[in-house]
Write a protein that binds this ligand. Sequence first.
Ligand code: CP
Ligand code: NVA
Length: 301
Amino acid sequence: MKRDFLRLLDLSPSEIDKIIKRTSLLKKNRGKTEKKLPLKNKTTALIFEKSSTRTRVSFEVGVYELGGKSIFLSPRDLQMGRGEPIKDTARVLSRYVHLIVYRCFEHSKLEELAKYSSCPVINGLSDLTHPVQVLSDLFTIYEHFGDYKKLNISWVGDGNNMANAWIEAHLVLGFNLTLACPKKYYPDKELLKRAMKNKNFRITEDPKEAVKSSDVINTDVWISMGDEEEAEERKRAFKGYQINRDLLKLADKNAIVLHCLPAYRGQEITDEIIEDKKSVIFTQAENRLHTQKALMEFLVK
Ligand code: CP
Ligand code: NVA
């Protein structure tokens, strides 16, 4: 049976552990010739309906380093952009390629692609969730603290695809998770309903409360791709949800700051904090490459 990775919920705790341990090894051994290249003679299609720097480049480089070839496709290149059904595109593409990475708006399109593809499909970001990012962030946390299950993790800002991915990671792994979001921008209702049953999950409208004693502080843009029309309204609603020096004082003294990038300095996070030694943001970006190599190896048999 082929395996897809559309959400963190698709993996078990032991599978996440296995991928994270393998990531450590791949990172350490980067550049050393592997005897067996898992993507040799295999092709990966990357279908991106939204812009991307990290996801696109880290996947393309990762595929290359695993011995494979990648083909980047925007909707402009595909008949899908002119209305060819996803279920047809899926059946055709998966007869050529061995793996598909898809970045889209509606998560249901990813589900449809995965349903009709005979090869594994990876979510490269949807409006619902961004699992490759949070899988990689778990590795970054593991690399820094030597653990990712017993820490206090907090989220400040929009209840968007990244926040949803963190809730999914919490549901699978059970770490302590606290979110601070304005009520109007709370995360996905279904996920929230499930997480609220856990004693170590909290959601508040108060960023100060959320970061108190936190080991890992996460944030993301206030205006995600697709939210541009709401820009002004959102900037008003998220005032007070900025990661800055004052807020960071409330966290644990050894806390780290994560941001999946791209960031808007001066909005959700200050320039000072991005450049601070507590920020591991650029290592976090690098780790996308190593984690996705481990993930692809895991999915493509
Ligand atoms: N964090 C992330 O997914 O970045 P890109 O949009 O540049 O891929
Ligand atoms: N929440 C952001 C993440 C970008 C990587 C977006 O969806 O635009």
